[in-house]
Design a protein around this ligand. Sequence first.
Ligand code: TPP
Ligand code: MG
Length: 363
Amino acid sequence: MPKKEIGKFSVSYMQILDETGKVDTKLEPKINNKDLLAMYRWMVLSREADQRMINMQRQGRIGTMGPSTGQEAAHVIPAYLMNEKDWFVGAFREAGARLVRGETIAQALLFYNGFEEGNKKPKEYRTLPVSIIVGAQTLHAVGIGYAVKYRGEKDTAVVTFMGDGATSEGDFHEALNFAGVWQAPVVFICQNNQWAISLPRHKQTKAETIAQKAIAYGIPGIQVDGNDPLAMYVASKEALDRARSGGGPTFIEAVTYRLMMHTTADDPKKYRTEEEVDEWKQKDPLPRFQKYLEGKGIWDAKKEEALVNEIKSEVDAAVKEFEDLKELPAEACFDHVFGTKHVDIEEQRMEFLDDQKRGTDNA
Ligand SMILES: Cc1ncc(C[n+]2csc(CCOP(=O)(O)OP(=O)(O)O)c2C)c(N)n1
Ligand SMILES: [Mg+2]
């Protein structure tokens, strides 16, 4: 019996707006000016909030946080394309996307200062809290996707984010497998930012691309320039349309870069070179998008200056709102462990309150 080829697989890469601001007009999506300017604004707001939070952490005004500077196109654009019926199941490096979804900067500041109130969201708000457990959220997303399908909810997609490091977790592979088998309406977006703390992408996997992992699970996968807002727009829209119309899951590898530290508790100079960071700075999604808008005649230096000032005031106001908040109850950490009151948790709460009353610090 001769051997015969029974499968042939390929992986596509998409870039529409390159580093220099040149556009591939054949692939360029038709986006109205209002949406283009709104997406740019979210990206600039995300960057400013991020930089401010790093400064605040350095000043001891908030706790540890993980910056998303440099990765704005990869998460802000898909979030912009989502609607209120869609579910957002993030990891911890999609701060801009969370702002697009309606979370406030003041809430983010609360979260990074350890206050549960930062996670308080209206019931109908289909955005899950930050998932610190690397990769776990991908399974939550598929579970929700399965429920959406089981209940026959129409026009609803679940979008989940994970990093390159998460793709080595068992959870990630189980999630992709279930999503493929169940044809769950899930859009997986891997922000491949080249690093998982100090572990470089080439030590994460021997595979040439992360996108190709989707093939093994029967899911359409694509590698996209994750610093290209237009490519992210096209890939995310296609994936969302597929999910919402019953076409099943999609996997997007967004190739991007973490320009800052892993978290404010990390010093990246210990494991990567300045040259590498400088090289990626040339691919920054913000100036690239700015050039594109200028080329379309809808942006200029004056508008940029006005936007930057407006956004700085917006962030100032959020910081003030957060810092003006009076004492928040320390026992809030017992409030949301379960959906309803639980006897063990209530016992721990009483013990904690008792300790507080006695002025001991073993709480
Ligand atoms: C299950 C689990 N293992 C380890 C950690 C510690 N940890 C936090 S972030 C991280 C690296 C994640 O890298 P990646 O998935 O690429 O996301 P990035 O931080 O680059 O956005 C690790 C190992 C964790 N939070 N959860
Ligand atoms: Mg990473």
